[in-house]
Design a protein around this ligand. Structure first.
Ligand SMILES: [Zn+2]
Length: 252
C-alpha cells in the first residue's frame, strides 16, 4: 500500500505540514501496512531547517522528515529504507513509518522540535489506530542490539510525552471531566460506550456490556487501543475501591 492519507494524518498533529513534490508515488514499492512508527535522527549538519531532506528524498530513506522548526515534510507514501535489519518484522520497513528528524545526534534538541516530534507521533498513533508502545526508536528495533543509537533521547520519556499529546487530541477537558465523573460512579458499561463512540466505533456493534464489574471485563476484552487502556487504568483504581460482590447466599 501507498500511504496516500499520510499528509492528512500528519495534519492531525496541528503542525505545519509541507508535501514534497512526488511524495504520493515515492518509495521502494508498497508497504504492507502500518504497525509501527520508527523514530530516527539524521546525524546531519548542525544548522538549517532540514538540510538532509533532499538526500532522504532521493534515496527513499524515510516517509517523513521533521525539520528543526517542527515542520513536517511529507516525503514518501511507499516503502522506505530506514529500519534495516530488525528484531521483529512488524517494526521493519514493510510495516513501519520512518521519521527522520533533522539533528546532529549530539547537540541538544530544540524544545519546539522535540515537542513537535511527540505531537507528530501522537497524530500517527491516532490516525493508524496504534498504541503508544508502537512508537519505537531505531535503537530499539535495530538488530543486533547496539547497531543504532538514534534517536539520542530517552524513548520512555518520549513515549510519555506522546501519550500526553494523544490524550489532548482525544479528549477535550469536558470529555475528560465526563469520563472521570462516570468512572467515579463505577458506571463502567456506560463509560465504555462513551469511549467507543469517541473512537468512532459503533458502541452497539458488540455486546452491550452491563454496568459494573461485568462491564469492566467486557471493556478489557475490547481492543479499542490506547484510550481504552488509559480509561481502564483509571477504572482499575476505582475498582480497587468498589465493595466486594455480594457473597453467594448460603441459606438452604
Ligand atoms: Zn535511524
Amino acid at each position: 500500500m501507498f500511504l496516500l492519507d499520510l499528509a492528512d494524518a500528519c495534519r492531525g498533529s496541528g503542525l505545519r505540514v509541507l508535501e514534497v513534490d512526488g511524495w504520493r508515488t515515492r518509495g521502494h514499492g508498497r508497504m504492507s501496512g502500518v504497525r509501527t512508527v520508527v523514530c530516527h535522527h539524521t546525524a546531519g549538519p548542525p544548522t538549517g531547517e532540514a538540510p538532509s531532506l533532499n538526500f532522504i528524498r532521493d534515496r527513499g530513506l524515510a516517509q517523513l522528515v521533521l525539520g528543526r522548526s517542527g515542520t513536517v515534510h511529507v516525503v514518501a507514501a511507499g516503502l522506505c529504507w530506514h529500519a534495516g535489519v530488525v528484531h521483529d518484522p512488524s517494526t521493519g520497513n514493510a510495516w513501519a513509518i520512518g521519521i527522520e528528524a533533522e539533528a546532529t545526534g549530539t547537540a541538544a534538541w530544540p524544545t519546539v522540535q522535540y515537542d513537535a516530534y511527540a505531537r507528530l507521533c501522537a497524530a500517527l498513533v491516532g490516525h493508524y489506530r496504534l498504541t503508544v508502545a508502537r512508537v519505537l526508536g531505531h535503537k530499539e528495533v535495530a538488530a543486533p542490539t547496539g547497531r543504532k543509537i538514534d534517536p539520542n533521547f530517552d524513548m520512555a520519556a518520549f513515549r510519555a510525552l506522546v501519550t500526553e499529546h494523544l490524550e489532548d487530541d482525544m479528549f477535550t477537558p469536558e470529555d475528560r471531566a465526563k469520563l472521570n465523573s462516570l468512572a467515579s460512579r463505577a458506571d463502567v458499561g456506560f463509560a465504555r460506550d462513551q469511549i467507543m463512540t469517541h473512537l468512532g466505533k459503533d458502541p452497539t456493534a458488540g455486546p452491550v456490556p452491563p454496568a459494573g464489574r461485568e462491564g469492566l471485563e467486557v471493556a478489557r476484552r475490547v481492543d479499542v487501543g490506547f484510550a481504552l487502556e488509559q480509561i481502564m487504568a483509571r477504572l482499575d483504581a476505582i475498582e480497587a475501591r468498589l465493595p466486594e460482590p455480594d457473597p453467594v447466599d448460603e441459606q438452604l
